[in-house]
Design a protein around this ligand. Structure first.
Ligand SMILES: [Zn+2]
Length: 318
């Protein structure tokens, strides 16, 4: 027989002794914010990518009809919005941003916040991009202009949560590695220090802060070597500093990333690390390993808990 808590309380057995014997009934967490995390769109003129991104945006906005679930409160794009600007010339880079701007204005009625990915950075591979470094839009400036903001990182409050968008991408030789620079570390330290401890925090970065995926995709260890080495382009090389920071700020509940085009969840020391596949899956050519063309719904609850669901939007490579 099922006795609801309410019936129990109103029944004749609700004495002090009986109440003390009641097993604690945890209230189900309430969702405060649903974010559609669309990462690694890699929009380009080729491979029908524009129609693919449009289909994805339309899917996000028709979840009620398609899957009988609530749509998101906002979209966060996780970086690599465009196919590539790092090694591309000015005309090709402009063409790709034009496509993103057009598809967004034609197919998206929701608020969009954007993380900068390595492929959104213009011209660091100077030889092929034909850049000198003196161009006004060089590096992250172009992406910042497209996203309508001054810096490549930012934070904001929504639904009782504090949301941080980090800039993971810093130059190394003529490419990049995953880390923050000193300026951004100072900003992040101050930003988290200003958040009340009862307010949960969700951090979005392009490159994963903590992930087992670089291990999963790395080749066999060369004979005669005792240790594995992980590419600094695959995960944050300053991961240890994040662990220290999160030990101080226990209200950091989740770190959400893209970049790997793979799906993963790592729960470590009270933080849920989510890597959320890719809208373009295998760069529009097909599936990357077993990742379908998709996006994630990230649900942030009032008790600081986080749930993620990966949603394929039905795209097939042309
Ligand atoms: Zn990518």
């Amino acid at each position: 027989m099922h006795i609801s808590r309410r019936n129990f309380f109103t029944g004749s057995l609700a004495t002090g002794a009986a109440l003390a014997a009641l097993p604690s009934v945890a209230a189900a967490p309430t969702r405060r914010l649903r974010i559609a995390h669309l990462t690694d769109l890699h929009i380009q003129p080729e491979l029908d990518a524009v129609r693919g991104v449009a289909a994805c945006l339309e899917h996000v906005q028709s979840l009620r009809e398609k899957l009988a679930i609530d749509g998101p409160d906002l979209i966060i794009t996780g970086g690599d919005t465009i196919m590539d600007a790092m090694a591309a010339g000015v005309a090709r880079t402009k063409e790709q941003w034009d496509l993103w701007r057009r598809v967004k204005s034609n197919h998206c009625g929701l608020e969009v916040q954007s993380v900068v990915g390595n492929h959104d950075v213009w011209g660091w591979t100077k030889e092929t991009a034909k850049t000198t470094g003196a161009e006004p839009l060089y590096g992250k400036q172009w992406a910042c202009d497209e996203f309508g903001r001054e810096k490549a990182y930012k934070s904001f409050d929504r639904g009782g949560w504090h949301i941080v968008l980090l800039d993971s991408v810093f130059p190394f030789e003529d490419r990049y590695i995953g880390r923050l620079d000193d300026e951004q570390w100072d900003w992040l330290d101050a930003d988290l220090a200003a958040v009340p401890p009862a307010t949960p925090v969700a951090i979005f970065s392009h490159i994963p802060i903590l992930s087992a995926l670089p291990i999963a995709v790395s080749g066999p260890t060369p004979p005669g070597t005792a240790s594995m080495s992980l590419p600094g382009a695959f995960l944050h090389v300053d991961a240890a500093r994040f662990q220290k920071l999160f030990a101080v700020h226990r209200n950091v509940k989740t770190c959400v990333s893209g970049h790997m085009h793979l799906i993963e969840q790592v729960d470590y020391q009270g933080v849920r690390y989510l890597c959320n596949g890719a809208v373009c899956s295998g760069w529009w050519r097909g599936k990357h390993r077993d990742t379908d063309f998709g996006y994630a719904l990230v649900d942030l609850h009032d008790d600081g808990s986080v749930e993620r669901r990966y949603i394929p939007y039905g795209w097939k490579a042309v």
